[in-house]
Design a protein around this ligand. Sequence first.
Ligand code: PHE
Length: 350
Amino acid sequence: MNELDLLVESAREQFARSATPADLENAKAQFLGKAGRVTELMKGMAQLSVEEKKTRGAAINLAKQAIEAALNDRRQALQDAQLQAQLKAEALDVSLPGRKQGQGGLHPVSLTLERIQGIFGSMGFDVAEGPEIEADWFNFTALNTPEDHPARSMHDTFYIEGGTPGAPNLLRTHTSPVQVRHAVQHVKQHRALLDAGQSMPEIRVIVPGRTYRVDSDATHSPMFHQCEGLWIGENVSFKDLKVVFTAFCRTFFESDDLVLRFRPSFFPFTEPSAEIDIQFQDGPLAGRWLEVAGSGQVHPNVVRNMGLDPERYIGFAFGMGLDRFTMLRYGVNDLRLFFDGDIRFLSQFQ
Ligand code: PHE
């Protein structure tokens, strides 16, 4: 091997050993740079004759071209390797299952409420709301439950700053306070008719909302949901309560042979009063009586607190537990599941 072949060979080796583009540029400088080996050889021709220059020059040029070709090959190889490494690093496993976008949905208690509003809406009931922080007057006194009434002890709740001396504000223990709140507004709106001795439009409303009591077990939560119903007119009887509530329950549970029982009971704000029990005829709950609501004919004292004459206006009210209805409809046995926020539970209702 002559000197030039050795030079080309040595360049190929150096290029092959260059693991990065920067290494390769350094190696290139050693051979093709201004002070590189090939330049040196060119300079060394100065003393040669014209004839010698021709052959020597051609030989050096060939060697130079060979070195440049080796350099380009190595450059390309390094680029390819880098691209391969990058592709490998960014590789996608197209056989992995796709990730679905999570879809939200309504809470089961909200689904129940939608259903209830639909059914009562079809019977001409409006929807009203009231505050969760309530005055003692609306939660108790206006509902014929004065301060020393024993019924208050069954409605122990969370008391809150504000209100009047001896009667602090509280978290409402039921949706019944909205009976009086709503009726007072209704009466105000129709004051002119009433003052003229004419008939006012009936009050027919349901009131869903959160309620609070000091109570916690599998069927009680300190915060729970109720839905109140109120129908006041000049000729609304206990019979209407039975018809309306029976039609509602049969539609809600999609069961025409559902049996209802109005069991005599006591509430200070209704007289007579009844607990409403339902009995499924088939399914897992067949034969059992389940209490779903309190109800009754609105007490004359409450009608008076609404601003109406109890000799002329009469009607019924009921209050049902929305969480209880949701448990029965879906066969859930622990009320607390509704408030844990566990997506594995909640997603089953979508
Ligand atoms: N407010 C009562 C309760 O929470 C239920 C009820 C409402 C009873 C309306 C009679 C009339 O237990």
